[in-house]
Design a binder for this molecule. Structure first.
Ligand SMILES: [Zn+2]
Length: 146
């Protein structure tokens, strides 16, 4: 199998954060699992990983289109709360409304908005839960039952 981008034939399996930009706003899609070309780093994604990545892109685009003041990853990083993006990405990727996220995570809606905007540092336990749900979205139903 040769890389469709550069023609090299050497891949490594890896899980990497993927940067994605839309209308001048950027985000990261965490932990995109696939085979990465060792020469040019272009990934070859298995179907499930591809679908997950595309869903995250579409969700991000929908949020940008419906939300004028979404913070960029750079803005979040500048506030020192880069981890905030995981709360935002988890909600986008899981397709949760603020109400649903509020019930699921046990914080009121205003607090979740503060976490997502990076104005308040999200608790480490919430960030870890969000990272877990981004990687293993099938666990959402189990978390709901807790
Ligand atoms: Zn390549």
């Amino acid at each position: 199998m040769n890389c469709f981008e550069c023609g090299e034939a050497s891949y490594i399996e890896d899980s990497r954060d993927m940067a994605y930009a839309y209308k001048g706003k950027s985000t990261i899609i965490p932990a995109v699992t696939g085979e990465y070309c060792t020469n040019c780093n272009v990934p070859l994604l298995p179907y499930a990983s591809y679908v997950r990545t595309e869903n995250a892109k579409r969700a991000f685009e929908a949020m940008i289109d419906g939300m004028a003041e979404l913070p960029t990853v750079e803005q979040l990083a500048n506030t020192g709360v880069h981890e905030a993006v995981y709360v935002l990405v988890a909600r986008m990727f899981l397709g949760l409304t603020l109400d649903e996220a509020s019930q699921l995570f046990g914080y009121d809606k205003e607090t979740i908005k503060e976490y997502e905007s990076g104005t308040v540092i999200p608790p480490a336990a919430l960030v870890k839960l969000c990272k877990l749900l981004i990687e293993r979205p099938e666990l959402l139903e189990d978390v709901r039952k807790l």
